[in-house]
Design a protein around this ligand. Structure first.
Ligand code: AMP
Ligand code: TRP
Length: 345
């Protein structure tokens, strides 16, 4: 059976971009067709300036929202990254396969590091090594596919490179995964700045629709979305990014096609109105389930406990195999250690 792995970072409240670009697909498709694991990647939230209490709160909220969007613990595994030590263990091994040049070429690193330096802050070393930890997240489970939004494609490419390199140097150990991107809304843009991604860690609230925004807040944000000069409604991501973004959001919510929808509308006003209503309708059941789950924190905790236990059992043998392959002496307690020790004699 195909193995799927994906993750979400608890660095901010989850957005419509997270939902349309990734989470919706996890719930509607991936958990039904594959052995799927979904992870709240809290270690990744420590790569930028952070408040410990906020990361804890957002991790709990992300877990609750993953269940609210429809992930079903009977069908898939939902867990928290830091509950499974194997991610960090494998990450170190992969750091011995990756190069610093490779890390410095990552777009997300360059952008975030530049932003941090502009603010006069310092860049955490973990921001540079972050893609290696992400590679470990994926490779430790032998995932075949990684459903993500477009912004993560480069990191998955790097993961493939590291897996291939490790396998060539030290013997076949890892499955070489591939990214799967949604066909519509792979990159939902900020409503106020339609040339930048709608990212949850940005602090410009009015351009970001959060999954837990009240209907009136959603309506207001979409009504105030920046559109382009020119009045006719055409779907052109380069020249008309504001309108293209609304058409993509509407298409993703209603199952339509942005190109076809562009012919339906004659004014920005009616496009915005329909888009706002489509988003409100899409989010309403998620918010309702979120409220119900919040009333039962013990349930969410139980899901995370069981998820981590299953994840650990899957991850351990892969890390042990990677340790052995790269030349580390097995400890007596490792899976299969005796066999290797005997073979080495
Ligand atoms: P993150 O918020 O960076 O943890 O991302 C979690 C998942 O949501 C990843 O698969 C991202 O690629 C996806 N994602 C985040 N923001 C967007 C966006 N604006 N449009 C589409 N997908 C997104
Ligand atoms: N880097 C991803 C993001 O910012 C989150 C992530 C971490 C992830 N590890 C992963 C996604 C493994 C997919 C697979 O969105």
């Amino acid at each position: 059976m195909t193995r799927v792995f994906s993750g979400v970072k608890p660095t901010g409240h989850l957005t419509l971009g997270n939902y349309l670009g990734a989470m919706r697909q996890w719930a509607a498709v991936d958990q039904h067709r594959a052995d799927a694991l979904f992870c709240i990647v809290d270690l990744h939230a420590l790569t930028v300036d952070h408040d410990p209490a906020r990361v804890r709160r957002l991790s709990r909220q992300a877990a609750t929202l993953l269940l609210a969007v429809g992930l079903d613990p009977a069908l898939c595994t939902v867990f928290v990254q830091s509950h499974v030590d194997e991610h960090a263990r494998l990450s170190y091994v992969l750091e011995c396969v990756a190069t610093d040049g490779e890390m410095r070429r990552m777009i997300q690193y360059k952008e975030k590091a530049a932003r941090e330096r502009e603010r006069g802050g310092s860049v955490r070393l973990s921001l540079l090594t972050y893609p290696v930890l992400m590679a470990a997240d994926i490779l430790v489970y032998g995932a075949d596919e990684v459903p993500v939004g477009d912004d993560q494609a480069q990191h998955v490419e790097l993961t493939r490179d590291l897996a291939v390199r490790f396998n060539q140097r030290y013997g076949h150990t890892f499955v070489v995964p591939k990214a799967s991107l949604p066909t519509v809304a792979a990159r939902v843009m900020n409503l106020q700045e339609p040339t930048s991604k709608m990212g949850k860690s940005d602090d410009s609230g009015p351009g970001i629709v959060y999954l837990l925004d009240e209907p009136d807040v959603v309506r207001k944000k979409i009504t105030r979305a920046v559109t382009d000069s020119g009045r006719e409604i055409v779907y052109d991501r380069q020249e008309r990014p504001g309108v293209a973004n609304l058409l993509e959001i509407l298409a993703a919510c209603t199952g339509g096609n942005p190109e076809a929808l562009s012919g339906v509308y004659e004014s920005y006003g009616s496009l915005k109105k329909d888009t706002a209503e489509a988003v409100v309708e899409l989010l309403s059941p998620v918010q309702e389930r979120h409220r119900a789950l919040c009333a039962d924190p013990g349930y969410v905790e139980g899901v995370l406990r069981d998820g981590a236990e299953r994840a650990r059992a899957l991850a351990r043998p892969t890390v042990d195999a990677a340790y052995r392959a790269i030349g580390l002496l097995p400890a007596a307690s490792d899976t299969g250690a005796e066999v290797v020790l005997n073979a080495a004699r």
